[in-house]
Write a protein that binds this ligand. Structure first.
Ligand code: ATP
Length: 364
């Protein structure tokens, strides 16, 4: 347990600063002003436009040293490197690789008060976690692919035994700690891959099988990623924990978010052995930036995940209690109809913040 925790805040671009501000307000309302010390650092596309740098050295250093990193979102359309890739993703991708944030944990839960794109889905019937490998896969090629004579482009998909083992262990441990799938209460890990076509995914599956031997209490199954995208729509209640490669996890996360109200509802945490970065699943949504309508729930729930992660690392129950409280007031606000326009409501970003902070001020 520490007297205080240093949180490096990287607001980013688009709606990033708006939702980041809400999460800080909520964290302070839950924990008081002193336990978390927030220090802001620049990174992203807007900073690049101003300075020619997307990720300053000071930000890299501060993020590496901090107890945790809180990030809004980064990226602006058209702000790209000469090779056409987006400048805004430099922060997230470089930080992931440099700090070895190998596990991207993305809880997918349909809350009361939120309408799913799936007409049959009821609150509580969708409750699973996507465990996305975050340091290998196709995105490991970021910045290192090749373009040959303007005719042939190549990016390499990387899967290592050590990388697969650690992410699969993570998935099984999460399943062990869970209540199982909503459909039947069975604790199960689904290995999502493309083992029928590519050797690298067949390898992923074979290492998954080896690791699974250590967890006889957990049911296992496989799903090919294309079929998986169908099952997530037709039978989401079946899933408990899904473990998958980096790019597949990225894509499936957006599909999953659509089933629980949209991107604004999807929290995310990227963790390694020593560091953790918490930002919502969505990007900077430049189309709605500055309008005061961004949905901050995904960001706030990501901040709650940050508290859980810190609580675990530092054996600090104050943080896990605050995380639980933030989740409770978020659930209450959603059920009570405090919804942004993406959820069919009319609440502004700051109205949601006020509702959450007011509820946190009331006795638990
Ligand atoms: P990235 O690839 O960086 O994740 P993206 O291309 O998936 O970004 P996003 O910025 O994540 O795009 O969002 C897509 C659309 O979803 C936005 O344009 C916006 O309309 C909506 N959206 C995303 N996040 C939110 C939010 N928090 N509140 C309301 N709408 C959102």
């Amino acid at each position: 347990m520490k007297d205080s925790y240093e949180i490096a805040v990287v607001h980013g671009d688009g709606i990033g600063p708006e939702i980041c501000a809400v999460s800080i307000e909520v964290l302070k309302a839950a924990l008081g002003p002193d336990l978390l010390c927030f220090a802001e650092y620049p990174a992203g596309a807007s900073h690049f436009l101003k300075t020619g740098e997307s990720l300053p050295e000071e930000t890299r250093h501060a993020c590496a040293q901090a107890d945790a990193i809180l990030h809004g979102a980064a990226g602006l359309p058209g702000v790209v490197h000469p090779d056409g890739t987006e400048v805004g993703v430099d922060f997230s991708l470089r930080t992931r690789f440099e700090l070895d944030l190998f596990a991207n944990i993305r809880p997918i839960r349909l809350y009361e008060g939120v309408e799913s794109a799936l007409s049959r889905a009821k609150p509580g019937s969708i409750d699973y976690v996507i465990v996305r490998e975050n340091s290998e896969g196709l995105y490991a090629a970021r910045g290192a692919g090749s373009l040959l004579r303007g005719d042939v482009a190549v990016d390499t998909l990387v899967q290592t035994r050590a990388g697969i083992e650690r992410i699969v262990h993570k998935a099984f441990r999460l399943a062990q700690a869970s209540n199982g799938a909503p459909e039947d209460g069975v604790r199960r890990v689904t290995c999502c891959d493309k083992a029928n076509v590519l050797r690298s995914y067949a390898f992923f599956r074979s290492v998954f099988d080896e690791v699974a031997q250590n967890y006889p209490d957990i049911e296992t199954e496989y799903a090919i990623v294309d079929a998986m995208s169908m099952y997530m729509v037709l039978r989401p209640e079946h899933y408990n924990v899904i473990v998958t490669e980096n790019m597949f996890g990225d894509i499936l996360s957006d599909l999953a978010a659509a089933t629980i109200g949209g991107l604004g509802m999807a929290p995310s945490g990227e963790v390694g052995e020593e560091n953790g970065l918490f930002q919502p699943s969505h990007g900077s949504a430049p189309d709605i930036a500055g309008k005061g309508i961004a949905n901050p729930y995904g960001m706030v729930l990501s901040a709650a995940s940050m508290l859980d992660w810190l609580a675990d690392r530092h054996s600090d129950p104050r943080l896990s209690q605050a995380a639980e409280r933030i989740r409770q007031v978020s659930v209450g606000a959603l059920a009570g109809g405090c919804l942004n326009s993406d959820l069919g409501g009319s609440a502004s970003t700051t109205e949601v913040a006020r509702q959450l902070c007011d509820s946190l001020a009331e006795p638990a």
